[in-house]
Ligand binder design. Structure first.
Ligand code: CMX
Length: 434
């Protein structure tokens, strides 16, 4: 057993009695009420999911295992001479709640390197996709194809105690996470570099190896580490995290759950917004004949977009009510490394222009930027200019949070999801409409 798996088992054993007690002694206590607006409005804010891996405060932003993002970046071990921490260390933190030591991270890196080889048929499946397919569809299919590798499924078929579900789920999750950079890089290399081979460097960590495989130079390795870490988790109610949890709740394995979460992330109101931001900025640039717009001109583009019934991508959020700390971290990085980048200047101007306009329009509850407003521009700067690939990067990061949650779902025996639906007439009757 790896030190991570041993530590995880210790944590699971300590946590199980807390859930048993809640259910036994407080199973009928009321913790929330539900309004018509919430039921018709995408279940916004209803307290109906439990996770200890991250918590999203509307004003403060996300905390992973109790740590704010700046704390996570400060506390997790980093490769020598690098600004950003090991992604493998984040996995340790998300699963156990403990900040790993250098040697505990080294153990995870070694474990990942033993699991990262891809079966040949995954390359064949990626190759079978036409080149104009969206990379998120290819990613989802590649993950789905590997379902036959699921150890959970094999052990379930041969009879396994519920108390052991977490173990093969952890194995599936770790196997899949270790393989995701290679899958993502092969999709990138095939679609944009026209290559049929991808070469990994087994001496590199998760972020460093990803940068190597898509042929991007330093400091893209740090960009990759930062990107995967900030996208890892955003508590359980967002579409990708919730889909992963929902699919796994029927005891579908980690491969089914991850493919499902990728499909949810691929929508423009969620993860795809990062590519929409870049495409929106490019359209502004084209309209300006590549000349940088003045503030007044930019305001007009924003109003034109709103008046044509579209949203401003990268702004607003279902939970947050302030600038997303994931935006702030990327902005800090951009100010340090690429302050003169032309597209970054657009992003900075949008930060000044958009919030007052959204406030004036009076519809969006949160006029501030989210993670997606900033992320594509950094990718573009370091040579990943194919913006339909950006959500794949989001997905690789998000898989860490989703899969850590699925392991804990199995460990704590969380139930199959089955909320109740009603008809419109029933709702009308309930509120007294005849
Ligand atoms: N531009 C224009 N209008 C916006 C807006 C934006 N950025 N954000 C919200 N609104 C509008 C909504 O469309 C809604 O309009 P209607 O009443 O006409 O339906 C109204 O303001 C109220 O919405 P809300 O309660 O503030 O926001 P929701 O919780 O319904 O939706 C989100 C949240 C993220 C889908 C929305 O803010 C949005 O569409 N943003 C742009 C897309 C985006 O950046 N998505 C990425 C979010 C982060 C992520 O998941 O990756």
């Amino acid at each position: 057993m790896t030190t991570l798996k041993e530590k995880l088992y210790e944590k699971i054993e300590a946590h199980r009695p807390r859930v048993t007690r809640l259910l036994k002694e407080h199973g009928d206590d009321v913790i929330d009420q539900v309004t018509v607006k919430q039921v018709l409005g995408g279940m916004r804010g209803i307290k109906s999911l439990v996770t200890d891996i991250s918590y999203l405060d509307p004003m403060e932003g996300i905390r992973y295992r109790g740590y704010t993002l700046p704390e996570v970046f400060e506390k997790l071990p980093k490769p020598q001479g690098k600004e950003m921490p090991y992604v493998e260390g984040l996995y340790y933190l998300l699963l156990t709640g403990d900040v790993p030591t250098e040697s505990q991270v080294a153990d995870v890196i070694y474990d990942f390197s033993n699991r990262r080889l891809l079966p040949r048929y995954v390359f064949d499946i990626i190759d079978a996709f036409p080149n104009h397919s969206h990379p998120m569809a290819i990613l989802s299919a590649a993950v789905m194809a590997m379902e036959r590798e699921s150890l959970f499924n094999t052990r379930y078929q041969s009879g396994m105690s519920k108390m052991d579900y977490w173990d093969p789920t952890y194995e599936d999750a770790t196997n899949l996470l270790a393989k995701l950079p290679l899958i993502g890089a092969y999709i990138y290399d095939k679609l944009y570099l026209g290559k049929k081979n991808v070469y990994a460097d087994p001496t590199l960590d998760f972020g460093g190896n990803f940068a190597y495989m898509i042929e991007k130079e330093v400091p893209y390795d740090d960009v990759a580490r930062m990107y995967f870490i900030i996208h890892a988790d955003h508590e359980s109610g967002n579409v990708s995290a919730h889909t992963g949890h929902l699919v796994a709740s029927s005891l579908s394995d980690a491969y089914y759950a991850t493919s499902g979460m990728i499909n949810g992330l691929a929508g423009p109101l969620h993860g795809l917004a990062n590519q929409e931001v870049l495409s929106w900025i490019q359209s502004v640039r084209a309209k300006m004949g590549n000349k940088k717009p003045t503030k007044e001109e930019m305001k007009k583009f924003v109003w034109d977009t709103l008046n044509s019934g579209q949203v401003i991508p990268g702004y607003g959020h279902a939970v947050l009510r302030k600038t997303d700390p994931r935006y702030a971290i990327q902005r800090e990085f951009a100010l340090k490394h690429m302050a003169d980048d032309e597209l970054f200047e657009y992003v900075s101007m949008l930060y000044e222009v958009v919030p007052p306009i959204l406030k004036e329009q009076g519809k969006a509850k949160n006029p501030w930027p989210n993670v997606d407003a900033q992320s594509g521009v950094i990718q573009w700067h370091y040579g990943v200019t194919q913006y339909d690939f950006y959500t794949v990067l989001f997905a690789i990061g998000r898989a860490f949070g989703v899969l850590s949650n699925v392991v804990w779902d199995r460990a704590l025996g969380y139930a199959i999801e089955r909320p109740k639906s009603i008809t419109t007439s029933m709702m009308e009757n309930m509120v007294g409409i005849k």
